[in-house]
Design a protein around this ligand. Structure first.
Ligand code: IFM
Length: 455
């Protein structure tokens, strides 16, 4: 087992250790204080979409257990908490009246963190789009980008003075491709045309959000959280290498290109140009405003091979087998070196600002035995990825912090509650929280790092 003291010594004093969650996954209280449904409330209540038809009605009941959960975070000794704000609590119909009671909850959350000496990293959009907006086309409609801008402005006007950082979006790859092309996440569309529209309007919303945030709170560090794919060709063949390049453009370039170069990848434009929504003359300038930071969510690499099927749609790839047979309980290959290579590749291709690892962690479903959760594989996973992070810092990459996903077990989207990512176990019958072995180890690491930093 990697010694937390030794590992802590590899990180500079100002490096932040944190834990992360998202509103829909933990809050519950889905009808409390004026909140209205999001697309995930609707989706999870449809047959066949989410395992066991689990939903977010209760989740971890965090909305009603805020103070004790903040005490839990404090007890872990971490520097920062990354959480998301539920648009349907703040502006329940997406547009129209602002719900002060929704904002009050986040006021208490932010003040509670500050009172406990915990830095606040807020994400404005972690997939819970107000359901009313779906009636207008959701992310396939340009109007949603402007509704998002008003939402961003509303949140920052109220909370911005006490936030340490804000992210416009969490993992646009998921809310675009996984939600509109692959049909796995809400709203469950399977249409390239819908996905291409969602792509551009999400990127536009990001840029409009940055404008609104900077106008309301010029000093607040603004960023975005992306889950880039570290694409590895399945073989050395030219066909597989080219497939990996296409996959890179499709999965990463469509976000990093507009954001950091002001342009969509040529390969994507030539594959889909006519099917893209109208890109207005000012859009790419709005999207590519410089950012203060970006976040990477990394779990597993993507291995691809050329798809030989005639007429295969761009990027025309199929999955290639993993090299490591070590997998987490959700079936994702464990391969820590890809985190380092992903950061190296992205920095070589784009001019990127400071970086936080905004999510990293592993799904293991072991339960409580005699008051203990022995999740050694999760501990090893986190430790190995932190070693890679320390290597990146030693190479000179501007890695500023690491947030374990997740603070606690929660609603794992299409997998419902059966897949557990927490460093704290949640008993969904009693809502009891039990710090797992990985959580105790992470606590020792965070405390050792703080002690060294303040020595
Ligand atoms: O639970 C999710 C989170 O909401 C976004 N990033 C990946 C996690 C694990 O799937």
């Amino acid at each position: 087992m990697i010694d937390p003291q030794t590992l802590a010594a590899r990180f500079p004093a100002e490096f932040l250790f944190g834990v992360a969650t998202a509103s829909f996954q933990i809050e519950g209280a889905s009808k409390a204080d004026g909140r209205k449904p999001s697309i995930w409330d609707a989706f999870s209540n449809m047959p066949g979409r989410v395992f066991g038809r689990h939903n977010g009605d209760v989740a971890c009941d965090h909305y009603n257990r805020l103070e004790e959960d903040l005490d839990l975070i404090q007890s872990l000794g971490v520097d920062a908490y990354r959480f998301s704000i539920a648009w349907p609590r703040v502006i329940p119909d997406g547009t129209g009246p602002i719900n002060e009671k929704g904002l009050d909850f986040y006021d208490r959350l932010v003040d509670g963190c500050k009172a406990r000496g915990i830095k606040t990293f807020a994400t404005l959009y972690h997939w819970d789009l107000p359901l009313t907006l779906a009636g207008d086309g959701g992310w396939t409609a340009r109007s949603t980008a402007y509704a998002y801008q008003r939402y961003a402005k509303t949140v920052i006007a109220r909370l911005g003075d006490r936030l340490d950082a804000v992210a416009t979006f969490n993992e646009p790859w998921c809310s675009v491709w996984l939600s509109h092309l692959y049909g796995i996440h809400a709203p469950g569309e399977r249409s390239m045309d819908a996905a291409l529209h969602a792509l551009h309007y999400t990127n536009l919303a990001h840029g409009l959000g940055v404008q609104a945030i900077r106008e309301a709170q010029p000093e607040l560090p603004v960023g975005i959280v992306i889950n880039p794919m570290h694409v590895i060709p399945g073989s050395d063949s030219e066909a597989d290498r080219q497939a990996a390049e296409r996959a890179f453009d499709f999965h990463n370039g469509v976000f990093f290109g507009p954001l950091f170069k002001g342009a969509y990848p040529e390969s994507v434009l030539s594959a889909f140009g006519a099917r893209m929504p109208a890109v207005e003359p000012e859009d790419l300038a709005i999207i590519s405003q410089p950012l203060d930071w970006w976040g990477i969510n990394y779990y597993t690499p993507m291995r691809v091979a050329h798809d030989p099927a005639e007429g295969a749609e761009f990027p025309a790839t199929v999955s290639a087998p993993p090299v490591s047979q070590v997998k987490t309980d959700i079936g994702w290959e464990v391969f820590a070196p890809a985190l380092g290579d992903c950061i190296r590749t992205l920095n070589a291709r784009y001019d990127l600002p400071a970086c936080y690892i905004t999510e990293n962690g592993a799904c293991y479903n072991m339960g409580v035995v005699d008051g203990v959760v022995d999740d050694q594989p999760r501990l090893d996973y986190i430790a190995d990825h932190l070693q890679v992070t320390a290597d990146l810092i030693a190479e000179g990459y501007p890695m500023k912090g690491y947030f374990a996903w997740s603070l606690m077990d929660n609603f794992e989207w299409a997998e419902g509650y059966r897949m557990r990512f927490g460093i704290v176990h949640v008993d969904y019958d009693t809502q009891a929280r039990t710090i797992k072995k990985s959580g105790h180890w992470y606590q020792a690491l965070a405390k050792a790092h703080s002690a060294a930093a303040s020595a």
